[in-house]
Write a new protein. Structure first.
Length: 300
């Protein structure tokens, strides 16, 4: 009996297992503040009756933020893979809401947010998630200020526990594998981390993880060929949008040639304007999703 109690005590005092949470490719960490003993009010419900329902937690509090190029990804597209990973790690979701259902302005200013410029929250475009696993708690806040996306993660560990490694290991392996799998399966894939100026055809500085993945694929498959196809929303004339979408596709083609060393004979560029929307152009979110460049697999 004494040996069993001693074993339990040793396990309780042992460091927690390392936890890896994959973030989007190309993230840049902005802040990391770890306080050995602090408190955090974990939101557990949406704003109601003048306040955000929360649970006061005490222990080691870790606050981290990141910025990355969101491209055409929505806040849900950014949050969904993180939520799935947390569930696989054994966390129970307490709250999962988007800006309007969370409480908009009132929720955002009723919960803890790392100050600008290290975290940006658009009042009408954010998502929040809180979860627990035993005595451990975590919150995830996602927002965008196009072309940038922002992630805030706050984790609370019970006093006396010491993790073997930080919670987050930023990496693009998951995104890279998904992009290639979709290209091979469907014959086309959206390059959703690309950024362009509003109404402009100049491709952002990058680096863009999607183009590195395409370049590596083409180098490993010397007979493969791709068409890069630009798409727009429906603002403006068809002729103007076709011209703009073509210039954007050409900019992506040029980047693959000039930066990644791909033979131009293996790349085509086309523009179809607003003729192939993903969704309705009746909302700002829909128009943003429809503005994109896709890679299309061509026959040998």
């Amino acid at each position: 009996m004494k040996r069993a109690l001693a074993l339990c005590a040793a396990l309780a005092a042992a460091p927690l297992a390392a936890q890896e949470l994959k973030l989007p490719g190309g993230v840049r960490q902005l802040t990391e503040r770890i306080t050995a003993l602090d408190s955090y009010d974990l939101p557990v419900g949406v704003y109601a009756d003048g306040s955000v329902p929360s649970k006061r937690l005490e222990g080691q509090v870790e606050r981290r933020t990141w910025r990355f190029q969101a491209g055409s990804r929505t806040t849900l597209q950014i949050l969904a893979p993180l939520r799935e990973q947390l569930q696989q790690m054994g966390y129970d979701i307490l709250l999962d809401c988007e800006a309007r259902s969370c409480g908009g302005f009132d929720f955002r200013y009723g919960t803890e947010v790392v100050p600008n410029p290290d975290m940006y929250v658009a009042i009408h475009d954010y998502r929040f998630l809180s979860a627990t696993r035993g005595d451990e708690a975590i919150s995830v806040l996602i927002s965008r200020n196009p072309p940038d996306g922002y992630i805030q993660i706050i984790r609370v560990l019970p006093d006396g526990t010491q993790p073997e490694a930080p919670l987050v290991v930023a990496g693009s392996e998951v995104a890279d594998e998904a992009l290639l799998a979709k290209l091979k399966r469907d014959g086309h894939v959206i390059l959703d981390d690309l950024t362009f100026g509003s109404g402009a055809a100049d491709l952002g500085e990058g680096p863009f993880a999607s183009l590195a993945v395409l370049a590596e694929f083409l180098k490993e498959n010397p007979r493969a060929r791709l068409a890069l196809v630009g798409h727009t929303d429906d603002v403006g004339t068809l002729e103007g949008n076709i011209a703009l979408s073509l210039r954007r596709a050409q900019a992506v083609r040029n980047r693959l040639i000039e930066v990644h060393g791909i033979d131009g004979e293996r790349l085509e560029a086309e523009g179809v304007g607003y003729l192939a929307p993903l969704t309705s152009n009746h909302t700002p979110e829909g128009r943003e999703l429809n503005r994109r460049v896709e890679a299309v697999m061509l026959g040998g």
